[in-house]
Every structure is written in C-alpha cells, then in structure tokens.
Write a protein that binds this ligand. Structure first.
Ligand code: KIV
Length: 273
C-alpha cells in the first residue's frame, strides 16, 4: 500500500473514520503500521510513557528526533507525525521553522503537530507555506499543564466552546491538514468537527470526530496509572509482561534456563594428544 499522505488524510473527512495511534519506538510502530493505523503520532507523551517524566515539559528536540527516526524506520504505510516539544515553536516563527524542518529532514517525519489555536495561526501558515504539514492540537493542551493546574475537560461553557470553534477555523484557514481535539465534551466536539473542512481527530472527545487517537501504552495496558475514563484498554500487557519476567528470573535461579534445546551444538573439540 502507498504511504498515507496529508492529502489522503484530509480527503478521509466525511468518508471514513481515521484511526490514529501514538508510538515511540521501532517495534510498536511496526506493529501499529502492520495493523493498518492511518496516522502514527510520535507524541511528546513520550515524556511520560517512555522517559519516566511526570509531564511533557522536559521533553527535548533531541529526544523527539531520536524517537521519531525510530518510528519512521518501523513504518511503511502510516503517515508519521512528530510532536513539537515544549518551547520548540513558541519562541519565534524562525525557531518553529528550523525545528519543524529538522523533523522532516533528519528524522524522516511526514508532518509535525503543535499545540494551540488562534495563537498559532501565523506559525501554522509559515510552516505550511514552507512545505511542512501541520496537525493542530486544541482543547486540553498538555504543554500548558503548569498554567492549567490539572488535566481536565475543556470547552464546557458556551464561551469556551465558541473559542474552540474559532480556534479550529483559524487553524484550518492557516493551512493545518487536521486538528487533534483533546478532552472536550462530545456535543462541543461535534460542533467543532462540523465547523471545519479538515479532519478533527478526537481523544477523550466523543465519537462525532472524524477520527480517534489513543496513547499506545494506555490502549495496551502498559501505563502505570489507571487509564483515563476515555481510554478503552484493548489489552492488559503489564501483568503479562511481569509474569513473563518473573518466570524467566525463577528459571535462571533454578538452573532451568537455558535448557539443552536452547544450546548450540557442542564444539566437539578433539584433544591434541
Ligand atoms: O503527546 C501525545 O501523545 C498527544 C496525543 C495525546 C494526542 O498529543
């Protein structure tokens, strides 16, 4: 199959739902790609899932480039989007252009994602005009956790909903090929989705969106904390992995691993006498 591109993702709006996943390494990216994910996001949730931070704030450009390149090597069909980390696009449009370009040039990503609505209009326009496709992100913005205080549902009042709709329209007009809409009530998400001609990819925002995205660790049951209300856990891998590790440790200690079937053939060295 030909790799998904941003034109194909845009064209999917109103025709079929877009299934997106995050991935942070070669192995899981390859499995998600083989399973048919349309878009793989190398999210800066990497900070929590893979690097052990409590927020996305400490994640650096170098972290993101390293993991994006691994995900690109693991994919053939999915569109790979790299999340621009905290302060890699906020300081100036020049820095945003330089840093986003690195994701395409050095890591092989197809597009980048940035957080924020109307405030990012110029940034989205400049990146897009320079050949760098942009996925917007509105609603709950994890990079703003220090000002938000907690991860909570956004857009609950009429005014907040109007701002979200306006944000989405401005991102679309600036040239974004899609928008992630995080933690917004389902009725408001439906209004946002209907207001723009580009796909809206929901996370914790109900089923009216044009597509869905989940953090792969949550979906697989690998996360340390219980998944948020909006996560459907499709597997429960953490206990299975722990069980496998425990069995291995016990086997090694008992001298039961390796067993003869795990040995190479004996060398049969003849004595020299
Ligand atoms: O970083 C991330 O994984 C994200 C998704 C939650 C959309 O931004």
């Amino acid at each position: 199959m030909k790799r998904w591109n941003t034109a194909k993702i845009r064209a999917a709006k109103g025709t079929h739902k877009i299934a997106c996943l995050t991935a942070y390494d070669y192995a899981l990216a390859k499995l998600a790609d083989n399973a048919g994910a349309h878009l793989i996001l190398v999210g800066d949730s990497l900070g929590m899932t893979t690097l052990g931070y409590s927020t996305t704030i400490p994640v650096t450009m170098e972290d993101m480039l390293h993991h994006t390149a691994a995900v690109v090597r693991g994919t053939q069909d999915a569109l790979v989007v790299a999340d621009m980390p905290f302060l890699s696009y906020q300081i100036s449009i020049e820095e945003a252009l330089r840093n986003s370009g690195r994701f395409l040039q050095e890591a092989g990503a197809d597009a980048v994602k940035i957080e924020g609505g109307a405030i990012r209009e110029e940034c989205v326009a400049v990146l897009t005009e320079n050949g760098i496709p942009v996925l917007g992100h509105i609603g709950l913005l994890p990079q703003s956790i220090k000002t938000l205080g907690t991860f909570k549902v956004q857009g609950k009042t009429r005014e907040a909903a109007d701002i979200l709709i306006d944000d989405a329209k401005q991102l679309a007009e600036a040239g974004a090929f899609g928008i992630v809409l995080e933690c917004v009530p389902p009725d408001i998400a439906a209004l946002v989705t209907a207001a723009v001609p580009i796909p809206v990819i929901g996370i914790g925002s109900g089923s009216a969106c044009d597509g869905q995205i989940l953090v792969v660790n949550d979906l697989l049951g690998l996360s340390e904390n219980p998944p948020a209300k909006f996560v459907k856990q499709y597997a429960s891998l953490a206990p299975q992995i722990k069980e496998a590790f425990t069995a291995y440790i016990n086997d090694v200690q008992a001298g039961e691993f390796p067993a003869p079937e795990h040995f190479y053939a004996t060398a049969q060295i003849k004595s020299s006498s």
